[in-house]
Design a protein around this ligand. Structure first.
Ligand code: AMP
Length: 290
C-alpha cells in the first residue's frame, strides 16, 4: 500500500506518526528518473529501516540558467512502479510552489567541501542542493537519509550542513552502481547519443588508471595527467580530472595516504561526473639516512 504524498505538512505528520509508533524511518531523496543506482539506496534503506520514504523532486534551484532543468527526464509512472516493487511506503512528490512558496527569498549558503570542482563549474549549485535537502529533511524528519557516493561532493556538502546546522538526521553514503562497462549509472546517461555512449567509459577508465598509478606510488601530477589523457583520447571535453583529500576535497598534501579521484566532462551536450576513492597507501618510505 504505497501512497504518493504532495503536501509537506501531511508528509511530516505521517513520518512523526510512524516514529512515535517506534518505527525507524529511512529517507532517500531523488530527482526521479530512477535507475538501479537509486534502487540500491532504497534496498539499503529497506534493510536498515522499518519504513522507507523516497522523494521525487526536480529541484529548480540547483540548475544553472543554461542547464538541463526543463529537459531533465521526468518518469513518475515508471518511478512509482519501481518503488512499489521495492516496498516503498511513501513517495513524497511536492509541488515546486510548496517547496519554494511565492516570494521565497531564503537560501542555505555552503562553503568548505562545496567550493571546488562542481562548485566552480556550477556556481550556486550546492546552495540549491543544501537548501532543498534541508527543506526535504523538514518535510521528511526521518531517522536516517541515504545518499550515493556517485555524487561524492554532494554527500560531503550534505554531511557538513547536517553537522553545522545540528540537523537531527543520520547520513549514510552508499557505493556507486555501474553499468557492465563501468559507466556510473545516472539519469543523464539517457541523453548520450549512440556514438557517445561507448566513449563514456572513459570516465571510469580514467579512475581505474588513477587507482593503479596511485597504488604503484606515482605522484599526483603524473596521475592527473594520465586521467586527462584517458578522457581526451575518448573525446571527452574535460571540466576537471584531479585527486583531492576525500573528506575536505582540498588539494592533496605531499605524502598523503588517502585520496579520491574526481572527473567531470562532456560528451556532446551530456555532462557526466564520476569519482573513485583510491586504496589507502602507506606513508612513502623514508630515504636512507646519511
Ligand atoms: P539524483 O536523482 O541524481 O539526484 O540522485 C539521487 C540519489 O541517488 C543521490 O544521492 C545520488 O548520489 C544517488 N545516485 C545516483 N546515481 C547513483 C549510482 N549510480 N549509484 C548509487 N547512487 C546513485
Amino acid at each position: 500500500m504505497q501512497q504518493v504524498v504532495h503536501d509537506p505538512d501531511h508528509m511530516r505528520a505521517l513520518v512523526h506518526e510512524a516514529r512515535a509508533a517506534g518505527q525507524r524511518v529511512g529517507f532517500v531523496p531523488t530527482m526521479g528518473a530512477l535507475h538501479a543506482g537509486h534502487a540500491s539506496l532504497v534496498a539499503r534503506a529497506s534493510r536498515e529501516c522499518d519504513v522507507v520514504v523516497v522523494s521525487i523532486f526536480v529541484n529548480p534551484t540547483q540548475f544553472g540558467p543554461q542547464e538541463d532543468f526543463t529537459r531533465y527526464p521526468r518518469t513518475l509512472a515508471a518511478d512509482t512502479a519501481l518503488l512499489a516493487a521495492h516496498g516503498v511506503r511513501w513517495i513524497y512528490a511536492p509541488e515546486a510552489s510548496s517547496v519554494y512558496p511565492p516570494g521565497d527569498a531564503t537560501r542555505i549558503v555552503v562553503g568548505g567541501p562545496a567550493v571546488r570542482f562542481e562548485g566552480e563549474q556550477r556556481p550556486g549549485h550546492f546552495d540549491g542542493v543544501a537548501t532543498v535537502v534541508c527543506k526535504l529533511f523538514l518535510a521528511v524528519p526521518a531517522d536516517v537519509a541515504y545518499f550515493g557516493a556517485k555524487d561524492w561532493q554532494q554527500s560531503l556538502v550534505v554531511k557538513r550542513m547536517v553537522r553545522d546546522l545540528g540537523l537531527p538526521i543520520g547520513i549514510v553514503v552508499c557505493p556507486t552502481m555501474r553499468e557492465p562497462d563501468g559507466l556510473a549509472m545516472s539519469s543523464r546517461n539517457a541523453y548520450l547519443s549512440v556514438a557517445d555512449r561507448p566513449r563514456a567509459v572513459a570516465l571510469s577508465e580514467s579512475l581505474h588508471r588513477a587507482a593503479e598509478l596511485w597504488s604503484a606510488g606515482a605522484d599526483t601530477a603524473t596521475i592527473e595527467r594520465t586521467m586527462r589523457e584517458t578522457l581526451s583520447s575518448h573525446g571527452v571535453v574535460i571540466d576537471y580530472a584531479a585527486l583531492a583529500d576525500p573528506e575536505s576535497l582540498d588539494p592533496l598534501p605531499k605524502n598523503a595516504t588517502r585520496a579520491i579521484a574526481l572527473v567531470a566532462g562532456r560528451l556532446g551536450s551530456t555532462r557526466l561526473i564520476d569519482n573513485m576513492e583510491l586504496p589507502t597507501r602507506g606513508s612513502p618510505e623514508r630515504g636512507a639516512e646519511t
